[in-house]
Design a protein around this ligand. Structure first.
Ligand code: C5P
Length: 233
């Protein structure tokens, strides 16, 4: 196994499964950087809405993604050096993100940024396609899931905390539609990598999930650093 493979932990899974919180906490515990790829798709979506782009025009979205720059730094998201961290979490951006996520040119651009980000850092990468497409050689891959109810409750609490008025049924409907779309996408559909460990976070606290994942990561790192001496040598 080479060094590049050792530097990346991937956490994929559906919306509301707790990927962001788990990935952030795991990255802090390991002292690694967090690569929140959903934030990248959201930032480009924000740019498309801001510029009144035609969301059904593949060429327009592709050119937009190649024109703007998205940067993740110190827990914030920058679009052309403007801090858009709070604004990319709105219901409008969330709903429109599928148009950008379905676009091959947008994906190609974002995959380049994601690989560049991991080029000189150890990263915990979270998204939908990190273990399958972006970092197929990652040494440790997880697919984090939870029941629809549990995911809906989490998302609902997040909206409430931000003071956004939305009812629970709408949150559930949006989640279901987004997951179905992410799974059915022709390019980079959301699915567990063949070598991913599936973790169901239903009924578990954030710390319990992170403990479990961190345990696996540290054991793998140890076993890779100290390969067993071959018998007879
Ligand atoms: O994870 P988050 O909810 O912030 O992602 C927003 C949207 O971006 C998702 O619904 C998905 O369509 C898209 N996405 C993606 N590939 C990723 C991360 C996010 O297609 N690696």
């Amino acid at each position: 196994m080479n060094q590049a493979e050792l530097r990346v932990v991937t956490i994929d899974g559906p919306a509301g499964a707790g990927k962001s919180s788990v990935a952030r906490s795991l990255a802090a515990r390991l002292g690694w950087r967090l690569l929140d790829t959903g934030a990248m798709y959201r930032a480009v979506t924000f740019a498309a809405l801001r510029d009144h782009a035609d969301l059904t025009c593949d060429d327009e979205l592709g050119s937009l993604a190649e024109r703007v720059s998205v940067r993740l730094a110190n827990g914030s998201v920058y679009l052309d050096d403007e801090d858009v961290t709070g604004r990319i979490r709105s219901v409008e951006v969330t709903r429109a993100s599928r148009y950008l996520a379905d676009n091959p040119r947008v994906r190609a651009r974002l995959v380049r940024w994601q690989r560049d980000f991991a080029d000189d850092h150890e990263v915990v990468a979270e998204g939908r396609d990190q273990g399958t497409v972006v970092f197929p050689q990652a040494f440790c891959k997880f697919f984090l899931t939870a029941s629809l109810e549990a995911r809906g409750m989490r998302r609902f609490a997040e909206f409430q905390a931000r003071g956004e008025a939305i009812d629970f049924e709408t949150v559930l409907g949006d989640l279901e539609r987004r997951d179905r779309h992410d799974e059915a996408r022709a390019i980079a559909p959301m699915r567990p990598a063949d070598d991913a460990i599936v973790v169901d976070s239903t009924g578990l606290s954030l710390d319990e999930v992170v403990d479990r994942i961190e345990g696996v990561v540290r054991r793998r790192l140890e076993s890779i650093k100290r390969p067993q001496t071959a018998v007879g040598r």
